[in-house]
Write a protein that binds this ligand. Structure first.
Ligand SMILES: [Zn+2]
Length: 182
């Protein structure tokens, strides 16, 4: 664990929050980063938070794209938006690629990706946020003890898979800075 001052983090879902939501983004050409994403990450940093992406990418387990294709997308996402890190879950219990077709501890709403981030960064989890566009993101945030923010910029509230009670609802990431203290 890093010694020093802990900083809070804004954990961000990728699809529907930083990039346009589509069921599976299989390659770099399909990754459409919102034009406001870079500015929003800059504001998150200015407010004193890490900006860390946590994303379920079961398309890997389903054989739709490879882990190295995703890593290429991750590098591009980091270069373009300035986020500090990208954590992803490649698994799915019904995945057809054997090594990824497992019940893992990292697929949201489980908290494995948050725990991994906490090993790499000195994060004040009690002051941190999870921003996502789906019910699973809100539940994952609750499971990790975070304040939860639901963004309408992805699937939209009408398509939520489960009833959830996020702490905040925003249209898109541009409204987040009103919520962040600091
Ligand atoms: Zn996983």
């Amino acid at each position: 664990m890093t010694v020093g001052v802990r900083k809070p983090a804004v954990f961000l879902d990728r699809d529907g929050v930083l990039t346009e939501e589509r069921s599976y983004v299989t390659c770099l050409e399909e990754l459409k980063i919102f034009p406001f994403a870079q500015m929003c990450v800059e504001q998150i940093h200015k407010k004193g938070y890490y900006a860390i992406v946590v994303t379920n990418q079961s398309g890997i387990a389903r054989g739709l794209f490879t882990e190295s294709q995703l890593e290429e997308m991750n590098r591009f996402l980091i270069e373009t938006t300035g986020v500090d890190a990208v954590y992803y879950c490649p698994h799915h219990p019904q995945g057809k690629i054997e090594r990824y077709g497992i019940e893992c501890q990292c697929r949201k709403p489980k908290t494995g990706m948050f725990e991994k981030a906490c090993r790499d960064f000195a994060i004040d989890m009690g002051m941190s946020f999870m921003v996502g566009d789906r019910a699973g993101d809100v539940i994952a945030g609750e499971n990790a003890g975070l304040q939860t923010v639901l963004a309408e910029s992805g699937y939209g509230l009408a398509r939520l898979e489960a009833e959830v009670a996020p702490d905040h609802i925003i249209q898109d990431l541009r409204e987040l800075t009103e919520i962040l203290v600091g």
